[in-house]
Structures are given as C-alpha cells and as structure tokens.
Ligand binder design. Structure first.
Ligand SMILES: Nc1ncnc2c1ncn2[C@@H]1O[C@H](COP(=O)(O)OP(=O)(O)O)[C@@H](O)[C@H]1O
Ligand SMILES: O=C(OP(=O)(O)O)[C@H](O)COP(=O)(O)O
Length: 399
C-alpha cells in the first residue's frame, strides 16, 4: 500500500465526527433479518477506536443493488438491530444519507454516539461517482475513514470521490488487515496456485478471469458462472444463470487459458431443479445437458470430486463465489464439499484465501472459518487486488 496513506491509528478522533464508509452489504433472510454478520463484526475495531478516542461515528454503506430508489428490502434499517447487538450500544438511524435530516442528526451527534445512514444506493448518484452527491455526504463529518474493503474496487461517490473533500482521510483497520493478508499471496504465491470462482455476479467477475490467467496455474469455475461456459461450448442450460453477451468472450478466455498453459477446470455435472426453491423437483444433469424448464443450482457429485482433487493438489488457493445456492439446503453440497477440500488443503500446508460476502457467509455457515488461512470480506475487491490493480477506494486515500 502507498506509504503516504494514513490509517486510523495516525489520528485522534477526540471531539471529531468521523464519516466512515463501511461495507454492511450483508445477507438477509425472507424476513429481512441479517443471516451472517461477518461484515458488521469486521468493522467493529475501527468504529470502537473512533468511539474510544472520544469521537462520534457516522456510518454509511450500500446494501444490495437497488434499482436507483428506495426499496424496503434494501433499507439499512434492516441491519440496525444486528449492528446494535454487535456494538453493544444504541444506533441512531438517518432515513436518508444526505439532506437536512441527515445533516441535523450528524450535527447533534455526541462523542461515543453512532449514526447509521440509509442505503447510499437509493441515490443513483452514488454508483455514478457524482461529485455533488459526494460533497453532500462530506458535510456530515470532519474526518473520512474508508473501511469498506469489500467495496474498494468501486469508484463510487462514497468510496472514492468523497475523499476529495477531506483534509483528513484515512483507512480503517479492516482495510489495512485485508490488504496485508492479500499481499501475502500477491507477491510470490507458492505453486501450484489455484483460483476457484463461482457465485452469481457473472458480468463483473468474468472480466477478472482474464487477468487471473496471468497469475494462476489452475482455474476452477463453478456456481452460476459456469453455465455461460457450458452454453458457449454449445450445451443447453435451461433456465440457469446466463450472461448472454459474454458467450464469445468466454470462448476467447478458454483459448487464452490454453495458450498460457493454465488448467481450466469446469463442472462435468450439475444439480438441477424445476424452480428456484428448496423443495422444487430436483435431478442431475451432465454438463451442457440441462433440459428446458430446469435450472442448474449446484455442482454435481462428480464435479465435487473433480474440484476437490485439484484443490488438494494446490499450495495456494484463492476462492470467491459459492458453487451453488448454498442458502438452500438442497443446493449446498457443492459449496460444502469445496470448503472441506480447501480446509484439507490448508491442513496439508496450503495457504487459503476465501473472499466475498456470500462466500464468507458460506464458510461461516459450515463452521470452517477458523480452518482456512484467511477469510476476506471482499470478493470482487479481493480478486481485483489480486490482479495487481490499485483499488479506487485505496487510491482515493493518498493525501
Ligand atoms: N447456480 C447458481 N444459480 C443461481 N445462483 C447461484 C448459483 N450458484 C451460486 N449462486 C448464488 O451466488 C450468490 C453469491 O454470489 P457472489 O455475490 O458473486 O459471491 P460473493 O458474495 O461471495 O462474492 C449466492 O447468493 C448464491 O446463492
Ligand atoms: O458484496 C460485495 O461484493 P462481493 O459480492 O464481491 O463480495 C460488495 O458489497 C460490493 O457490492 P457490489 O458488487 O454490488 O458493488
């Protein structure tokens, strides 16, 4: 990290109001309760440092990907209870992240108090990196702290642009420890080096693969991402997740992998279901043979074995994205099997780095968090950092 970037230890927050970008993009269940608070817990050291110094913390985050206006299921109000429980103190909630009310609540904040702002992405200006919006956010605090490692790959108003408006801008403890751990692998990874990719954010992450091909020896693709590969190879994928406009790109990626001598390992079978529901009719299909009216929601048993063998062979493992819809018990076996293989490889001496909001939640759900080398709160951010990119959220902190 650029040595000119300061961190929370370089400042006293006494009598100050810190505007803190956190990543509270946590999973919620149907009743809008937080199902995994890893990202909240991870932000506590920074928040507590500010409060213990005699400062006040104004926390801002996104939650999910709202369409550009308020939506109840994406309200940060849903996480207030979990945050209060984790912090052990009351949290004041601002129903909008900018405007008169937010400014008044911030103004009235006393040392030791915490204000949580409503979802930043209820304003489309956030993801556009709008300068006026960033300026409005900046009015709320005296010091800017970025501790949102999971969102540091986004050049958004609250993650990057807002920093321009502060003389004091620092990174938090989470950001520091994430970068430090990732750098253990970045410089000189022990080989064989295997990356495992899955999940549902296909459009974003497919682009990252191209860069990863310059780094890894083996690339395993599972989860929602794998069906675009199966389709590109001429298979049928029913109603499975598909990134239609990336079909040609995927074929090019496969050629690039071959040219670079990277072993690309794709699923050979898949658990299929008639609907996106735990109790829907289920079956198994070979790769690229999913009938119409069915969708692939997990890797199949042969794939579990194939992937596990590759992982066991590795000295460095980087994993982002679940292998299936692990939130439902009918489709969690692939993710669990891969987690078990990563744990076994770690016990055999490999360094394992698992990242992503949902991936971290999955590893937590299966009880393996302590059995891997490091669980990162960032998925896309971790991958982009591992590509060797300077993350915009980090670059913005250079004085
Ligand atoms: N085959 C699949 N079809 C639909 N969704 C999937 C599939 N495989 C995985 N997923 C979903 O991917 C989501 C996680 O994706 P992503 O956000 O990319 O991971 P992370 O948060 O770990 O970076 C999970 O909610 C999981 O249910
Ligand atoms: O969950 C996140 O990323 P991840 O799914 O890569 O772990 C971050 O909160 C970033 O969210 P975004 O991908 O909607 O910008």
């Amino acid at each position: 990290m650029n040595p000119r970037i300061k961190n929370v230890d370089n400042l006293s927050f006494e009598g100050k109001k810190a505007l803190v970008r956190v990543d509270f993009n946590v999973p919620l269940d149907d009743r809008l309760n937080v199902t995994d608070d890893t990202r909240i817990q991870a932000a506590l050291p920074t928040i507590n440092k500010i409060l213990n110094d005699g400062g006040a913390a104004i926390l801002m985050s996104h939650l999910g990907r709202p369409k550009g206006g308020p939506e109840d299921k994406f309200s940060l109000k849903n996480i207030v209870l979990a945050l209060e429980k984790a912090l052990g103190r009351k949290v004041i909630f601002a129903p909008d992240c900018i405007g008169k009310e937010a400014e008044m609540l911030a103004e009235a904040l006393k040392p030791g108090e915490v204000l949580l702002l409503e979802n930043l992405r209820f304003h489309p200006e956030e993801t556009k990196g709008d300068k006026d919006f960033a300026e409005k956010l900046s009015r709320l605090g005296d010091i800017y702290v970025n501790d949102a490692f999971g969102t540091a790959h986004r050049a958004h108003a609250s993650t990057a642009v807002v920093a321009e408006f502060f003389a004091d801008k620092v990174c938090g403890y989470l950001m520091l420890s994430e970068l430090k751990n990732a750098d253990k692998v970045l410089g000189n990874p022990e080989r064989p080096y295997t990356a495992i990719m899955g999940g549902a954010k296909i459009a974003d992450k497919i682009l990252i693969i191209e860069q990863l091909l310059n780094k890894v020896d083996t690339l395993i693709i599972g989860g929602g991402m794998s069906y675009t590969f199966a389709k590109a190879q001429g298979g049928t994928i029913g109603d499975s997740l598909l990134e239609e406009d990336k079909l040609d790109f995927v074929l090019e990626l496969m050629e690039t992998a071959k040219a670079k001598g990277v072993k690309l390992v794709l699923p050979v079978d898949t658990v299929i279901s008639k609907a996106f529901a735990n109790d829907a009719e289920q079956g198994l299909a070979n790769k690229g043979e999913i009938p119409d009216g069915w969708m692939g929601l997990d890797i199949g048993p042969k794939t579990r074995e194939l992937f596990a063998a590759e992982i066991m062979n590795s000295k460095t493992v980087l994993w982002n994205g679940p292998m299936g819809v692990f939130e439902m018990s009918s489709f969690d076996k692939g993710t669990k099997a891969i987690a078990e293989a990563v744990v076994a490889a770690t016990k055999a001496g490999a360094f394992s780095l698992i990242g992503g909001g949902d991936s971290a939640a999955a590893v937590n759900k299966f009880g393996y968090t302590a059995d891997v080398s490091f669980v990162s709160t960032g998925g896309g951010a971790l991958l982009e950092h591992m590509e060797g990119k300077v993350l915009p959220g980090v670059a913005a902190l250079v004085p």
